[in-house]
Design a protein around this ligand. Structure first.
Ligand code: GLU
Length: 445
């Protein structure tokens, strides 16, 4: 197969969607060999079918702000592929959100969901809406307007919405309320609901816990452990919270956190007390990390910088896509970082990923490490369907099992003839194989 030709054509049809092209290109280079050996995949045109979403919805979201002014945002929902189950994926409310980002996230979600071995297809949506600085009433009006445009194409066996950046249990609550009113259905069309009325325990921690559970399995594969490891992370949102909490519990030390204003280096590590402080800081909705360094003397605030210049054993980007480019990758290597575990979706650029491979730094892509978020969503759906409410222990145990299984798949499919493991290839080939076999079973639809 001529990958270059295929990608040129894809680029022509999807110009301006660089993040989508990037994710397809990285993916295809991993599965290329697999495809060329299998005439069934070629005959079924799986690549052509997998690089075109089933359906793209793009719509206006008009709403009234508190001054009575009409504001118009752009909403999206990309129902990418439902071969393995109903469309499932989050919603992101972020001012810089574009169709290219949503398509990239939806494409990644198809394979992420496949890796979990759960019966879920892939989707993603959101809007270029910035929840920062909005009143409670504005958030509610926005969520209701967004949902009005979408509710008739949703359902617990059609398309199931969840959270992502800018969308938590508050936003899910407002959308769920409107959905229920319009559809007369009180079911699992949404995940990320408040644990008080249909949500699951551990939702807020699940993404970060999942990343650390994956990391724990990975390290034990190298006869290593988290004890005493210095971890650099970015962000201070949900994922960062879960990572810090679980990393502490397993004896590691997280030495950085960051916001859009810069990062803080805390050589003593972020303990439970500081973690509580971070939660308070997040609740102010200011999105600034600087106050942390004022609160805790002995820490260093670096304005306008990213944390990838500190010495660490493990780096876990937890903020946003492409936050690690070639410069940051070089700096991590110089600082003797051994493991790069993507937390945020597609946190590393293509050049960074290539550099890690060339320099022997162990790199694991987000589609493997951060499946904890969607895994917990599936546990929420299971509880909704069975009308039960599992304990934290029960949910945590199931989450760990899913993460271990995901790790095992990546290891099995990533094993190279020289005995080393290519986790990128492992994650891509394992997830691709499950989706494509099901596509062949289900015919050309
Ligand atoms: N956006 C989250 C993820 O990447 C959660 C998706 C969901 O729960 O549907 O996995």
């Amino acid at each position: 197969m001529n990958l270059d030709k295929f990608l040129i054509k894809l680029q022509r049809f999807n110009s301006n969607e660089q993040e989508f092209i990037q994710s397809v290109r990285i993916f295809l280079s991993s599965v290329q060999e697999w495809i060329s050996d299998d005439y069934r995949l070629k005959n079924a045109a799986v690549l052509e079918r997998l690089t075109e979403p089933d359906r793209v919805l793009m719509f206006k979201v008009p709403w009234l702000n508190d001054e009575g002014k009409v504001i118009v945002n752009r909403g999206y929902r990309v129902q990418y592929n439902n071969t393995l189950g109903p469309y499932k994926g989050g919603l992101r409310f972020h001012p810089a959100l574009t169709l290219g980002t949503v398509k990239m996230l939806a494409f990644e979600q198809v394979f992420k969901n496949s890796l979990t071995s759960l019966p879920l297809g892939g989707a993603m949506g959101g809007a270029n809406f910035d929840p920062k600085g909005k009143s409670e009433a504005e958030i509610m009006r926005f969520c209701q307007s967004y949902l009005l445009q979408l509710w008739d194409v949703l359902g617990d066996d059609i398309d199931i919405l969840g959270g992502d950046i800018g969308v938590g249990s508050r936003e899910i609550g407002y959308m769920f309320g409107m959905f229920k009113k319009l559809s007369h259905k009180h079911n699992g069309t949404f995940t990320g609901k408040s644990p008080d009325w249909g949500g699951t325990k551990l939702k807020a921690e699940s993404h970060g816990f999942g990343v650390v559970y994956f990391l724990k399995s990975l390290l034990s594969g190298y006869e290593d452990s988290l004890a005493g490891k210095r971890i650099a992370i970015s962000g201070f949102g949900n994922m960062a919270y879960g990572v810090i909490k679980k990393a502490n519990a397993l004896g590691a030390k997280v030495v950085t956190v960051s916001g859009p204003d810069g990062y803080v280096y805390d050589p003593n590590g972020i303990d439970e007390g500081k973690l509580e402080y971070l939660l308070e800081l997040r609740a102010t909705s200011q999105d600034l990390i600087r106050p942390y360094s004022i609160e805790y003397p002995g820490t260093l605030y670096h304005e306008g910088k990213k944390p990838w210049e500190v010495e660490c054993d493990i780096a876990i980007p937890c903020a946003i896509q492409n936050e690690i480019g070639i410069d940051e990758a070089n700096s991590l290597i110089e600082n003797k970082c051994t493991y790069l575990i993507e937390g945020a979706d597609q946190s590393c650029s293509e050049e960074a990923v290539e550099l890690f491979a060339a320099k022997g730094l162990v790199y694991v892509p987000s589609k493997a490490t951060n499946v904890g978020g969607v895994a917990i969503s599936s546990l929420e759906l299971a509880q909704n369907n069975m009308k039960v409410n599992w304990s934290e222990l029960e949910v945590d145990k199931r989450l760990q099992d899913i993460m271990e299984h995901t790790y095992d798949l990546c290891r099995k499919f990533g094993l190279q003839p020289n005995g080393q493991i290519d986790y990128l290839k492992g994650a891509n080939v394992a997830s691709f194989q499950r989706v494509t076999e099901a596509m062949i079973d289900q015919g050309v639809v």
